[in-house]
Design a protein around this ligand. Structure first.
Ligand code: AP5
Length: 221
């Protein structure tokens, strides 16, 4: 991607398909994937002070306090690898305060992908989700059944309960408009209620266009 690596944010309700689509984006565009949820789950597994603080909020489906999340994400975005390869920021910012914090650090995306999925489809996605702890692959018992050989080792996330999802959804909807207000010229709305390949085809087209227009701007500079 030469001198102008792409910077992408991906947002959407819980279980809208962000992680699933990020895997394809990383494969095709080589961006550094920074998932706020994955960073937090790694801290929880490692039993760090930040992880201990985050754990109860995550299980309840509430936002983890900014003093735990913001520096973690800014640190990941500031890595040499993210600067060199470009980045794909997943699950951040989730509030205007979080958007403000990275804005102040001069961090803005070229594209803000917004995956739109109606709430009633999301509960089914959450309840059927299973994760492979070895590869990190995301499956769904109905929509993306796992191969038989990996099925026995799959796990469910502790916040994939109907109650926690309702809290996660309410928080998402309460903050969405304020977060979108930071990126009026970067938002690309994607209909996430279709099949995984159909959703990805639109994402890929949007990112191809962004890469081309960035390359033109760099060439003209
Ligand atoms: P996080 O891990 O970011 O969770 P989330 O936003 O709720 O999103 P999910 O990971 O649940 O879903 P996804 O959109 O990635 O969907 P997936 O691809 O897996 O955050 C977890 C928690 O961490 C938060 O609740 C909070 O506590 C904390 N946190 C994180 N970021 C924070 C922040 N910035 N500030 C404060 N706290 C923060 O797909 C879901 C399922 O659907 C899968 O089974 C998949 O196979 C299936 N699926 C995917 N696409 C399709 C499709 N097109 N059709 C049918 N099925 C599909």
């Amino acid at each position: 991607m030469g001198d102008a690596p792409l910077r992408v944010m991906i947002s959407g309700a819980p279980a809208a398909g962000k992680g699933t689509q990020c895997a394809s984006i990383v494969e095709d565009f080589g961006l550094t994937h920074i998932s706020a949820g994955d960073l937090l789950r790694a801290e929880v597994s490692a039993g760090t002070p930040a992880g201990k603080r985050a754990s109860e909020f995550m299980t309840a489906g509430k936002l983890v306090p900014n003093e735990v999340v913001v520096d973690m994400v800014v640190g990941a975005l500031s890595s040499g690898e993210a600067a060199r390869r470009g980045w794909l920021l997943d699950g951040y910012p989730r509030s205007p305060e979080q958007a403000q914090a990275i804005d102040r650090a001069g961090i803005r995306p070229d594209v803000f992908l917004l995956l739109n999925v109606p709430d009633d489809a999301l509960v089914a996605r959450v309840v059927g989700r299973r994760l492979d702890p070895v590869t990190g692959d995301i499956y769904h018992l109905t929509f993306r059944p796992p191969p038989t050989e990996v099925a026995p080792r799959l796990v469910q996330r502790s916040d994939d309960t109907e109650e926690a999802v309702r809290t996660r959804l309410a928080t998402y909807h309460a903050n969405l408009d304020a977060v979108l207000g930071f990126y009026p010229d970067q938002i690309v709305q994607i209909d996430g209620a279709r099949s995984m390949p159909e959703v990805y085809a639109d994402i890929r087209a949007a990112l191809d266009a962004a890469v081309a227009s960035k390359a033109l701007r760099v060439a003209a500079a």
